[in-house]
Design a protein. Structure first.
Ligand code: CDP
Length: 210
C-alpha cells in the first residue's frame, strides 16, 4: 500500500472531495494544504495589514480530523471558503516566505505517514518522494459548475459566469507564479474527472494506491 499520496490540480477539480473520501476508506489522514493558504489570506484580511513575515511568524493553523480548520485557535472552516478568500489565497501563495512556512508545516504533518495531501505543489515541491502522485483535472466549465453548486449548497451568493472567470484567473496566476507553480510532476498520473463521478475517481485512486 502506498503510504504517502499527493494530489495536485487546478481549482475545483474535486481534489478535496475525493482525497477526503480516499483517506476515510484507507484510514489515512487527509491534509488540505489549500485550507492553509486560505487561512493565511483570512489572517491578512482580518488584520487589515499588509502581508509580511512578522504577520505569519507565529501563525497557528490546525486541521482537525473532522475537516475543521482553526486559525490561531478559532474555527474558520466556513469563513475560508468565500470567493474573496479564494482570491486572497492565490495572492499570498506567491510569496516565498509564506510557501516556506507552510511547506515546513506540511512536511511535518506528513512525517507520520499514511497521509493523503492535496494542493498545487505537493508532488513537485512539498513531498517529491510521495509513493503515489495524482494530477486531478477537469474542464473549466465542469469545474466552474461544481464550485457553483458547492457555494450554493453553503448559501453563499454565486454566479456561474463570475465563478468561471475567477477560476480561469486563479489557475493562470497559480500556474505562472515563479515559486512552486501549479504543475504536474513528471511521475504523476493524470486523471481527468470531467466525465467521471466522485465514486469513479475515488475507486481509481484506491486502485492505484494498492
Ligand atoms: O479548493 P480550490 O481548488 O479552489 O483551492 P484550494 O486548494 O483551497 O487553494 C486555494 C489557493 O491556495 C490556490 O488557488 C493556490 O493559489 C493556493 N495553494 C497553493 O499555492 N499551494 C498549495 N499547495 C495549495 C493551495
Amino acid at each position: 500500500m502506498k503510504k504517502i499520496i499527493a494530489v495536485d490540480g487546478p481549482a475545483g477539480a474535486g481534489k478535496s472531495t475525493v482525497s477526503k473520501l480516499c483517506a476515510a476508506r484507507l484510514g489515512y489522514t487527509y491534509i488540505d494544504t489549500g485550507a492553509m493558504y486560505r487561512a493565511v489570506a483570512l489572517k491578512v484580511i482580518q488584520s487589515g495589514k499588509n502581508l509580511d513575515e512578522n504577520l505569519i511568524k507565529d501563525i497557528e493553523i490546525t486541521l482537525d480530523e473532522s475537516g475543521k480548520v482553526f486559525l490561531d485557535g478559532i474555527d474558520v472552516t466556513k469563513e475560508i471558503r468565500t470567493p474573496e478568500v479564494s482570491r486572497g489565497a492565490s495572492n499570498v501563495a506567491k510569496f516565498g516566505f509564506v510557501r516556506k512556512k507552510l511547506t515546513e508545516l506540511q512536511r511535518e504533518m506528513a512525517k507520520r505517514g499514511k497521509v493523503i495531501m492535496d494542493g498545487r505543489d505537493i508532488g513537485t515541491q512539498v513531498l517529491p518522494n510521495a509513493d503515489l502522485k495524482i494530477f486531478l483535472t477537469a474542464s473549466v466549465d465542469e469545474r466552474a459548475k461544481r464550485r457553483f453548486e458547492e457555494l450554493k449548497a453553503k448559501n453563499f451568493p454565486a454566479n456561474l459566469d463570475q465563478i468561471k472567470n475567477e477560476i480561469i484567473l486563479r489557475d493562470k496566476q497559480d500556474s505562472e507564479r515563479e515559486i512552486a507553480p501549479l504543475a504536474q510532476a513528471d511521475d504523476a498520473i493524470l486523471l481527468d474527472s470531467t466525465n467521471l463521478t466522485v465514486e469513479q475517481v475515488v475507486n481509481k485512486i484506491l486502485e492505484l494506491a494498492q
